[in-house]
Design a protein around this ligand. Structure first.
Ligand SMILES: *[C@@H]1O[C@H](CO)[C@@H](O)[C@H](O)[C@H]1NC(C)=O
Ligand SMILES: *[C@@H]1O[C@H](CO)[C@@H](O)[C@H](O)[C@H]1NC(C)=O
Ligand SMILES: *[C@@H]1O[C@H](CO)[C@@H](O)[C@H](O)[C@H]1NC(C)=O
Ligand SMILES: *[C@@H]1O[C@H](CO)[C@@H](O)[C@H](O)[C@H]1NC(C)=O
Ligand SMILES: *[C@@H]1O[C@H](CO)[C@@H](O)[C@H](O)[C@H]1NC(C)=O
Ligand SMILES: *[C@@H]1O[C@H](CO)[C@@H](O)[C@H](O)[C@H]1NC(C)=O
Ligand SMILES: *[C@@H]1O[C@H](CO)[C@@H](O)[C@H](O)[C@H]1NC(C)=O
Ligand SMILES: *[C@@H]1O[C@H](CO)[C@@H](O)[C@H](O)[C@H]1NC(C)=O
Length: 577
């Protein structure tokens, strides 16, 4: 999701049978058994259907249509309470692939229309990215270097935009994959489902932008909406980056994670060994120790920069340390034990630990690669095309530089990284035909949705911030914010029974938690290796689905949910949790 060219949390989910009888005559989708390119059906039973929608909602003369390919898993009881649509974010990430539901066969069976790509072949793409200067093999060391990095990134962004324009000049795809059209598609899906005409929606990360957009455009259609890992829509729609506020909690997250580590102690968190039996530290407070750890790590990365370690065919660069550190901050890809053990080896400069460090790095990189292979350039295509107003594009390097410096005010820990991504859409050549006007949110008294929205967010999310959840809630009448004292992007990274219960009560019974409710996570962040239950990297991709499953779990238990779907114009699917 947010500061890299990779997809984030990722999809659309559905339920049936409230008070209103099903209006079969509105049901325009013919459901059939799915035909996938292999026989794998995932956790079925699945059905497939097609829905034809306008390609361009702004052009009433045009008969151009495209097919939204849908997948559904029916409620097992006949009395389904309706459909819940689910979006896992990105934008542009492939929900089915991320969910791993039935694996790649489903991916191949759907999502074949309106794809957006800036390259004809994978080789062409690889060659192009080789030119990108900010594949930080060293990490900028000084503010001077930082400015050089921005200059190069800026130059690269321009060639990237030129490439995307050249590849898509003759196509209208860049103009019709925007978020408002997806919002309109969702209403078409709701109508075609022939239920009660109301939208039930669960949106993660970018999915929260989709949620806010559809709720502002169609407030009377909202029956239930949970938005998790929330993006600030003003920043998303009106600035050249996704949401600069997304990094607001990064430094706090880093400090809190180091503090958890020190409290957990050795052996749960190997980094804590730094303080074991060292009298010098005996009277240090927790926050002193956090600072010491942070300084030791920085010093180590700096030392690696000046004298990289050679191990066989591998050079251990400072990037390695940064990758490990950032994975720890983001709580993804590898277990905390492996990450902190590897960082510990680096701090102690222990050569015998190097193979372990390399193994851990490989795991992290594999997780990243799986994420970024998603959706080609649709991430840029969707979020850049969505933007409007005087700050959506940047004309001069001067403007770019001032944005990047502004970004640094948001986080010290990720200063260099965030700064260069503040310009992502600076020169994007396409504009979505219908762009969302955030002034709609400023209506007196806020947007009055038919049923209030529930915003949920972890305290220490590093891609979206709890501040953005609170900000968005301000603009939706009676909406509430539920905070989970957890880490990582979206609330799913750690279990929280309190959060699961609250979201279930909301979906099933329409009970909103009190605004500002804070839920704790159920277990410790650091556990000894033998107790560590964090899933392997490939299973982590499934985590978002597991969360969705938990959030509507009781409904699932009662077999009330009939459909889960993932949807955006690039790569569309309906699937079941
Ligand atoms: C949906 O449309 C696609 C493309 O036209 C077609 O291949 C597929 O069989 C259709 N699926 C269903 C369930 O009708
Ligand atoms: C789906 O497509 C991918 C990439 O083209 C391919 O590697 C994979 O084998 C395909 N899977 C199936 C089940 O056809
Ligand atoms: C992604 O790009 C490749 C070329 O690199 C192309 O073959 C493929 O069809 C694209 N896929 C999507 C989903 O756009
Ligand atoms: C600290 O000292 C105690 C007692 O001398 C010893 O048992 C323990 O293993 C030491 N811990 C570490 C992490 O070195
Ligand atoms: C820690 O505090 C105790 C009690 O005040 C003192 O005796 C001891 O010397 C201090 N240790 C260090 C390393 O300063
Ligand atoms: C929400 O965020 C926008 C963009 O940063 C800002 O202009 C606005 O004042 C914020 N609103 C509130 C209520 O904090
Ligand atoms: C780890 O597991 C063991 C055995 O199941 C248990 O006794 C111990 O309390 C666990 N430790 C933690 C920190 O959960
Ligand atoms: C994904 O999660 C579902 C249910 O949560 C589970 O049945 C399935 O086996 C998981 N798939 C993978 C690849 O872990």
């Amino acid at each position: 999701m947010l500061f890299s060219r990779v997809a984030l949390c990722h999809a659309l989910l559905a339920w049936s049978a409230v008070a209103k009888p099903i209006l079969t005559n509105e049901n325009r989708i013919e459901w059939k058994p799915c035909e996938f390119e292999d026989d794998r059906q995932g956790d079925g039973p699945l059905e497939c259907g097609n829905l034809t929608v306008p390609l361009d909602y702004t052009n009433h003369e045009s008969d151009d249509r495209f097919i939204v390919e849908l997948l559904r898993s029916r409620a097992i009881r006949s009395s389904s309470r309706g459909s819940v649509l689910l979006n896992f974010g990105g934008p542009g990430s492939d929900g089915v692939k991320n969910i791993r539901f039935g694996s790649s066969s489903l991916h191949n069976g759907t999502g074949k229309t309106l794809t957006f790509s800036c390259f004809d072949t994978a080789d062409e793409r690889n060659d192009f990215y080789q030119l990108w200067p900010y594949i930080a093999t060293r990490g900028p060391a000084s503010w001077d270097e930082f400015e050089v990095d921005i200059a190069w990134t800026w130059a690269f962004e321009q060639t990237f935009s030129n490439q995307c324009l050249r590849r898509n000049e003759d196509s209208q795809v860049g103009k019709v994959i925007g978020t408002t059209f997806v919002a309109r598609d969702m209403i078409q899906i709701v109508d075609a489902l022939g239920e009660d005409g109301l939208l039930r929606f669960l949106g993660f990360s970018y999915g929260s932008i989709l949620g806010v957009t559809v709720a502002a455009m169609f407030p009377d259609r909202i029956d239930r909406m949970v938005l998790d890992g929330v993006v600030n829509a003003f920043n998303y729609y009106n600035t050249a980056s996704i949401d600069g506020d997304g990094a607001l909690s990064v430094d706090a997250a880093y400090h809190a994670i180091l503090a958890e580590c020190i409290m957990a102690g050795f052996p749960s968190c190997p980094l804590a060994e730094t303080f074991a039996n060292v009298t010098e530290y005996e009277n240090y407070t927790l926050s002193d120790k956090v600072q010491v750890l942070q300084q030791l790590l920085e010093m180590r990365f700096e030392r690696l920069r000046r004298s990289p370690i050679v191990y066989g065919l591998t050079i251990i660069l400072p990037t390695y340390g940064l990758i490990l550190r950032d994975a720890l901050i983001e709580q993804r890809y590898a277990t905390n034990f492996e990450l902190t053990k590897s960082l510990q080896f680096l701090i102690m400069n222990m050569e015998e630990g190097i193979p372990y460090v390399i193994e851990t790095i490989k795991k992290v990189m594999k997780g990243r690669a799986e994420e970024s292979s998603d959706g080609n350039e649709s991430f840029d295509g969707i979020h850049c095309g969505d933007k409007s107003g005087p700050h959506a594009r940047l004309e001069s390097f001067q403007e770019v530089k001032s944005r990047a410096w502004q970004a640094i005010g948001v986080t010290q820990v990720w200063a260099f990284r965030v700064g260069t991504f503040f310009t992502g859409c600076a020169k994007w050549p396409f504009e979505s035909k219908e762009r969302f006007d955030t002034n709609i949110l400023l209506r007196d008294g806020g947007i009055k949705t038919r049923f209030p929205i529930l915003f949920t967010a972890p305290t220490y999310d590093t891609r979206t911030s709890i501040h953005s959840a609170r900000n968005m809630s301000t603009y939706f009448d009676n909406s509430v914010v539920l905070e989970v004292k957890g880490y990582g992007h979206c609330t799913g990274t750690q279990d929280s029974e309190c959060h699961t219960k609250a979201t279930n009560e909301y979906f099933l019974d329409g009970i909103l938690p009190e605004d500002g409710t804070i839920c704790n996570i159920d277990g410790p962040l650091f556990e000894p290796p033998e107790n560590s239950t964090q899933p392997a990297p490939e299973e982590q991709l499934n985590q978002s689905l597991a969360l969705a499953g938990r959030m509507v779990w009781e409904g699932r238990q009662q077999n009330l949910w009939s459909i889960t779907s993932t949807y955006q114009r690039h790569g569309r699917h309906l699937i079941a949790p």
